[in-house]
Design a protein. Structure first.
Length: 340
């Protein structure tokens, strides 16, 4: 989407943003104070360096454009509806949200936060701290909490119907993969049992019944921020009210896929223990073995999302890629669960 810096300056003044941030600017904004971080067809992200007496004060602008339905159900609803709840401590502080219904635009001005993805050296201790924070977020939004009903009205519910449709898609993609030399070779090498596995019912009731909460849905290091001891999560664009373990496996396995291979099992097991301990401290326990819940949740998520998308992209000629790590993990977890 095309956004002129002059429009940002105009709206900054029109909406009196200088009076909504915690510092006093020393002069009006200029175009050189504004830099583009990311631009796409429906979203752009900008850094605004507000001039101050001691230098500059950073403000993040996220600008969305889309249909009326798009404007009604998206990230700003999470910030707007939950800003006065206990959930807000896990989200960036926002200075203003402006909805331009005529142009189908939403402007969100938030605090600037350091992103873990930019940290020079990421350590297992960082993952443990993030897991602990995620557990606290989940516990505060768990289905029995007073805020749960508000969350249900704010984000979509877990949809088994949509999952079933996507799982049917992956069955078709796997049949096509048998005719693709690259995919056939990779699958036979790392996870030949995948064909049998997808014929099973992979909506594990144990995971669904373990409890639902606000789940972020896209936890990777680019969406996790820190400021000293405080950890916050950004980009709640695909947040849902879903089984909690689906969020845990997305966080932990995405990070393990890219680092710590020699200590993968040790780190995974410790993350599960930390998550379980934090939830138990807040009165939430699980009747099923957490290690089984974790592995079931991974299979539920990866078959519906990561593997399905990779197969789809490869078959459409976009990229000859299916993660060997993902296939190996599907094989490992399905065998540990005695599914095959």
């Amino acid at each position: 989407m095309i956004v002129w810096k002059s429009k940002i300056i105009e709206n900054w003044g029109k909406w009196s943003l200088a009076n909504k941030i915690p510092i006093k600017p020393t002069r009006p904004l200029k175009e050189e104070d504004i830099g583009s971080i990311k631009e796409g067809s429906t979203r752009s992200v900008w850094m605004i360096d507000v001039p101050t007496s001691s230098g500059t004060f950073p403000v993040i602008l996220k600008l969305y454009n889309g249909s009326k339905t798009f404007l009604k159900y998206y990230e700003w609803n999470v910030y707007k509806n939950l800003k006065d709840t206990r959930v807000s401590e896990f989200m960036p502080y926002f200075y203003d949200i402006q909805i331009d219904a005529e142009n189908l635009e939403v402007w969100i001005f938030t605090e600037y936060l350091n992103v873990f993805g930019e940290k020079p050296k990421f350590k297992p201790a960082d993952l443990y701290n993030i897991t602990s924070s995620l557990a606290r977020l989940h516990a505060k939004t768990f289905e029995h909490q007073p805020v749960a009903e508000l969350i249900r009205r704010t984000v979509p519910e877990f949809q088994t119907e949509r999952r079933n449709e996507r799982l049917e898609n992956i069955k078709g993609y796997l049949q096509q993969a048998k005719e693709d030399d690259f995919l056939k070779k990779v699958i036979e090498q790392y996870c030949p049992e995948i064909y049998e596995l997808v014929e099973r019912d992979l909506d594990f009731p144990e995971v669904i019944q373990s409890g639902k909460c606000l789940t972020h849905g896209d936890l990777h290091l680019g969406n996790i921020c820190y400021d000293g001891q405080t950890i916050k999560f950004i980009d709640f664009g695909v947040a849902t009210f879903s089984p909690c373990w689906l969020d845990v496996v997305k966080l932990v396995e995405t990070i393990l896929d890219n680092r710590f291979e020699e200590k993968e099992r040790e780190i995974r097991d410790k993350c599960i223990r930390i998550y379980l301990d934090q939830m138990q401290q807040r009165g939430i326990s699980f009747s099923e073995d957490p290690n089984r819940l974790y592995r079931m949740a991974y299979l539920m998520r990866v078959l519906e999302k990561e593997l399905r998308r990779n197969l789809q992209a490869t078959l459409r000629g976009k990229r000859p890629f299916v993660s060997q790590l993902v296939l190996k993990k599907i094989s490992l977890f399905s065998n540990e669960l005695h599914l095959i």
